[in-house]
Design a protein around this ligand. Structure first.
Ligand SMILES: *Cc1c(COP(=O)(O)O)cnc(C)c1O
Length: 675
C-alpha cells in the first residue's frame, strides 16, 4: 500500500520544495520508489525541479496538474489565468501516481489555509486526499507561533500531523532560537520533530544526501506501516475490550474490522478500506458522519462549556434543546427529562408512569403492559418490559412482573389466524382485559409502527391509533418508545405522526444527536408533570437523575442536528429516496431464500427463510444473517443482522447512488448464500 504525505509550510518560502526533495532523496536511498506531486503551483519551477532532481519519469502535468504563471495566492493566480479548478482532476492524478509509487510526497502551495478557489483551501485539498501532514517550519527566531498555529489548524481539520521538519533557509548563526525551537515546538505542539534540513550550498544529490542523512529521521516517516498498526490494534482489542451483544469466544477467533475514520455515508477501517454504513452505525447516524454543521456546533460548545450538572443548576444548550424538542414532538408533550441512552429514557418513562399513579393516590395502578417481541433496552427496568426471550430469559429473577400482550409478528400470525386482522383481535383482547383490570394497569409501552429489534416487525395502519384510543378510554398512560423510529427514520420526524397519535410519554435517543453522542430524552405531558408537583415534605419528587443529565455538548449536537433537518430539508429530500427503495426492494423476491421484505421509510428488514412457502426459518445456529453480513463486507458494505433478518437502515442523508450501491451489495450477498 502506498504511503502518502501532504507537505505544508508555516508560510510561503520556508523550504517546502527543498524538504520534499530531501525526504524523497533519503527514501530513494533506502530503495523506496518515490513519487511527488505539486497539485497547484503559481510561478516557479518546483515541479520541474523535483522531477529532475529525483530522476522521476512521471509527466510534469501529472505531477503538477494546475499551473498559473503569476506568483500570487492560487485562488488569484488561477482566476487571473482563467483556469477552473476541479479537485477531481487532482484526485485522478493522485490515484495514478499512488499506483505507480510506494511513497508519494504531495507538496502544497503556500501555507495550510491558502485558498485555491472560493471557500476551498489548501487544507480542504489535504483533507480530500486524506493525507497525513508534514509541516515545514523555519528554524530561527519567530517560528514558534507560526508552527503551533499551523499544527492546531491541521488538527482542527481532523487531520493528523506526522511531524515537523525544520528548514534552515540561509546560512544562519546557530543561535539560541535555532537550538531551542525544535524542542519547544515538540513539547507545546505535542508533535514529533522529524529533523532539520540544513542550509544547502548546492542541490547535487550526493552533497544533499551527505548533509541530510543524519539530520533527518527518515525512518520515523517510513515506519508504522498501516498493516502492523492494524494488527496491534486488533491484538489490543482482543486483550482489553469486551464487546456488547457479542459471544467473545467467537470474536477472539475472528479478525475484526477496526474503524478509524468516517465521512458522510462511509466508514474507513484502519487499513484504509471504505465501507458504506448500511445501518447508520447501529441506527443512530442521521445526516452522515462528520457533518460540518454538527462538527462545528460541537466545537463551538467545547470552547464554551464542557459539562455542568442539571442537579441544582441549569445550562444553556439543554434549555434550548428542551424548548426545541417540545416544538417538534407530537402536541401535548410539554416537559423534557434528559438521560443518556434509549434504555435510560425507557427507565425514566417507566418510573414516571408508575410513580405518577402512586403520587396522585391511585396506588393500585401498578402493572406495566408491553407487547410480545418488544425491545426497550438492556437496563433491568427496560428488560422487564422487553419481550424478546433470547435477550431477557436469563435475568427473569431480577426483573419485575409485567403483563405481556399477545401481538403478532407481521410475517407469521399463529396457525388459523391471519395478519393484519389478528393484530386488531389482540387489541380487542387487550380491551377486554382493560375493562376488567384498568384500575390495576399503570401504562402501556410500545415501539410505534416498527418493532425494530424484534426483526423490523411492521404494523398495519390503525394499530397505533387504536392503542392510543384504548389507553385514553381506560385511563392508562401511553408510553411510546421512539428511540429507533424517531428523527425521520420512518419517513416522518416521528412515527406517531403517521397516525396523528399523541402519547402521554415519549422516549427519544439514538438519532437525537444525529448519531454523534449519547443523549436521551423522555418527554411527558403537563398532566403527568403536574402529578409530581407537591410540597417538598410529601416526598413525591421524581428521585431519578444521571450524572451527565443534559450534557451541554450532547445538547449542542442535538440542536445542530435539528437545524440541519430544517436547512437541508432532510425529510423532504427523503421521500423520493423512500420511493426508490420501495421499487428496488421488490427485486429481492427473485432470491430464493428471501421470505419477506419489509420497509417503512428508511427502516428495512429482509427476512431469510429456508423455504418461502412454508416460511420455514433457518435454524439460528446457522447464523445465516451473520454470513450474509460478512459477505456484504467484501462488497464494501457494513450491515448488522437481527437473527435471520437482514437490516438496512441507512443514514437519511444517503444519496440515491449510495442507496443503489447498498442494495446491490446486499442483493449479491444474499445471492451468494443462495448458491
Ligand atoms: C435501541 C433501542 C433502545 C435502547 O437504546 P440504548 O441506547 O441502546 O440503550 C430502546 N428502545 C428501542 C426501541 C430501541 O431501538
Amino acid at each position: 500500500m502506498t504511503k502518502a504525505f501532504f507537505i505544508t509550510g508555516t508560510d510561503t518560502g520556508v523550504g517546502k520544495t527543498m524538504t520534499t526533495y530531501v525526504l524523497g532523496l533519503l527514501a530513494q536511498q533506502k530503495g523506496i520508489n518515490v513519487g511527488v506531486m505539486k497539485p497547484v503551483q503559481c510561478a516557479g519551477e518546483d515541479a520541474q525541479f523535483l522531477k529532475k532532481s529525483l530522476h522521476l519519469d512521471d509527466d510534469v502535468r501529472s505531477i503538477n496538474p494546475y499551473f498559473a504563471k503569476e506568483p500570487l495566492s492560487p485562488h488569484l493566480a488561477l482566476a487571473r489565468a482563467k483556469i477552473k479548478f476541479n479537485i477531481e482532476k487532482i484526485q485522478k492524478e493522485f490515484r495514478a501516481l499512488s499506483q505507480k509509487h510506494d511513497l508519494l510526497l504531495v507538496e502544497g502551495a503556500g501555507g495550510f489555509l491558502v485558498p485555491i478557489k472560493d471557500k476551498y483551501l489548501m487544507a480542504d485539498l489535504a483533507r480530500d486526499l486524506d493525507l497525513e501532514i508534514i509541516v515545514v517550519a523555519r528554524l530561527g527566531l519567530g517560528t514558534i507561533n507560526h508552527t503551533l498555529l499551523t499544527i492546531k489548524q491541521i488538527r482542527h481539520y481532523g487531520l493528523k500531523v506526522k511531524g515537523v521538519v525544520f528548514s534552515e533557509s540561509k546560512k544562519s548563526v546557530k543561535g539560541l532560537p535555532e537550538k531551542m525551537n525544535p524542542e519547544i515546538i515538540k513539547k507545546l505542539g505535542d508533535v514529533p520533530v522529524l529533523g532539520i534540513v540544513p542550509f544547502l550550498k548546492n542541490f547535487d544529490r550526493r552533497h544533499v544526501y551527505q548533509k541530510c542523512r543524519r539530520t533527518i529521521n527518515i525512518n520515523a516517516i517510513l515506519k508504522e506501516s498501516k498493516e502492523s498498526r492494524t494488527q496491534q490494534l486488533v491484538d489490543w482489542d482482543k486483550e482489553y475490550v469486551w464487546h456488547p451483544f457479542t459471544q467473545m469466544k467467537d470474536w477472539l477467533g475472528e479478525r475484526p474490522l477496526v474503524i478509524d475514520e468516517a465521512k458522510g455515508s462511509y466508514l474507513t477501517d484502519s487499513d484504509g478500506n471504505r465501507y458504506l454504513d448500511g445501518v447508520s452505525s447501529l441506527w443512530v447516524n442521521v445526516h452522515g458522519h462528520r457533518h460540518p454543521k454538527i462538527n462545528e456546533a460541537i466545537e463551538r460548545q467545547l470552547n464554551k462549556l464542557d459539562h455542568s450538572t442539571l442537579l441544582g443548576l441549569a445550562n444553556t444548550p439543554s434549555i434550548e434543546l428542551a424548548k426545541r424538542l417540545v416544538e417538534i414532538v407530537p402536541k401535548g408533550l410539554a416537559k423534557v427529562f434528559y438521560s443518556d441512552s434509549g434504555s435510560t429514557s425507557v427507565e425514566v418513562a417507566i418510573k414516571i408512569a408508575y410513580q405518577y399513579w402512586q403520587n396522585i393516590g391511585k396506588t393500585q395502578k401498578r402493572t406495566l403492559v408491553h407487547l410480545a417481541n418488544s425491545y426497550h433496552g438492556d437496563t433491568l427496568g427496560s428488560v422487564s418490559v422487553g419481550g424478546i426471550g433470547l435477550f431477557h430469559r436469563v435475568y427473569r429473577d431480577l426483573v419485575f412482573k409485567t403483563m405481556q400482550l399477545d401481538f403478532p409478528d407481521c410475517y407469521r400470525a399463529p396457525v388459523g389466524k391471519t395478519y393484519p386482522d389478528y393484530a386488531f383481535e389482540c387489541l380487542d383482547k387487550f380491551e377486554a382485559t382493560l375493562r376488567e383490570k384498568h384500575d390495576e394497569i399503570a401504562a402501556l409501552i410500545v415501539e410505534p409502527i416498527v418493532q425494530g429489534a424484534a426483526g423490523m416487525i411492521m404494523w398495519p395502519d390503525g394499530v397505533l391509533k387504536r392503542m392510543e384510543e384504548l389507553c385514553k378510554k381506560y385511563n392508562v398512560i401511553f408510553i411510546v418508545d421512539e428511540v429507533a423510529t424517531g428523527f425521520g427514520r420512518t419517513g416522518k420526524m416521528f412515527a406517531c405522526e403517521h397516525e396523528d397519535v399523541h402519547p402521554d410519554i415519549l422516549c427519544l435517543a439514538k438519532g437525537i444527536t444525529g448519531g454523534y453522542l449519547p443523549l436521551a430524552a423522555t418527554l411527558t405531558t403537563d398532566k403527568i408533570y403536574q402529578g409530581f408537583l407537591f410540597d417538598y415534605k410529601d416526598q413525591k419528587t421524581f428521585f431519578h437523575g444521571h450524572t451527565y443529565t443534559g450534557n451541554p455538548i450532547c445538547s449542542a449536537a442535538a440542536l445542530a442536528s435539528l437545524k440541519v433537518f430544517k436547512e437541508e430539508k432532510t425529510l423532504q429530500k427523503l421521500q423520493p429516496k423512500i420511493k426508490f427503495l420501495e421499487k428496488k426492494l421488490k427485486s429481492f423476491y427473485n432470491l430464493k431464500y428471501v421470505g419477506d421484505v419489509r420497509q417503512r421509510g428508511f427502516m428495512i428488514g429482509i427476512e431469510l427463510v429456508k423455504n418461502r412457502e412454508a416460511k420455514e426459518p433457518f435454524p439460528w445456529e446457522e447464523r445465516i444473517g451473520v454470513k450474509v453480513c460478512q459477505k456484504a463486507r467484501e462488497h464494501g458494505v457494513i450491515l448488522r443482522p437481527l437473527g435471520n433478518v437482514i437490516v438496512l437502515m441507512p443514514p437519511l442523508s444517503m444519496s440515491i447512488k449510495e442507496l443503489k450501491e447498498l442494495l446491490d451489495a446486499t442483493y449479491l450477498s444474499i445471492k451468494h448464500i443462495s448458491e
